[in-house]
Design a protein around this ligand. Sequence first.
Ligand SMILES: [Fe+2]
Ligand SMILES: [Fe+2]
Length: 291
Amino acid sequence: MSEVSPRLLRSSARMSYDPEVDLDWDAPLVDGLWFMQPERLSLYGTALWDAMSQEQRLELSRHEVASIASVGVWFEIVLMQLMARELYGADPVTDRTHYALTELGDECRHSVMFGKAIARCGVPAYGPVPRVRRLGWVFKSIAHGPGAYASILVAEELLDRWQREPMKDERVQPLIRMVSRVHVLEEARHMTFAREEVARSVPALSRPALAWHRNVAAQSAYMVGRALVNPEVYAAVGLDPREARRQALGNPHYRETLAWMGERVVAFLDEQGMIGAADRPLWRRSLLVPA
Ligand SMILES: [Fe+2]
Ligand SMILES: [Fe+2]
């Protein structure tokens, strides 16, 4: 059924990483380097940022990258369940099934890699706030088809955009650069697969089903866009989390960053008819589209 699966399987065989052996976990962290690009930090350019010391800013980058990575793990655990559920009863002889199983394997290794990286940074795996965690539990239990694949694509494309910068930024810790590079290389296949799933399944939807799947995609965009930075990261560097969250969400730099992260996936989903008029306000509130 799928045209892309044989190609993606060949690419997986050629280029896959094992975090246990392909990354140097004993390499020391480098004093004075950022854990992510400062310009993409949620507080960059705010009054709070101006008042912070350089050490505090570097420390914020350590906690903020761990928050993003742990939200990444949370979403990977969600999408592994979506894909495993969808594979229940799938024909085990097809390339599509083989590729979907291979992708599940990739995500297992990614979650191990992110977990090890967070541990190496010596900070908590913040994950999303409890309310989003509860919503994610419902989402992973009911989402399916194009709504599920559109949501997977949103999370993957946001991280892809964001990770392409640190992987080549020499101001950033080598460990974070390497983790970013591995993830970008392997996620390219996942995004191709999710795009194909959306493009293939949307035209077959009835009008009510299309409205449902569009709404699922918009809800997850809203959830993921705002979940990346857990406000506890601010408390960890001595800031008032409520005030810092308020300044981050109103920060034109950060809003621009989120819209930049969402740019490609929003354009794709719009082109595929997955963004309807009824859901545009929700998409705007996700901050993944320009205000
Ligand atoms: Fe991944
Ligand atoms: Fe992925």
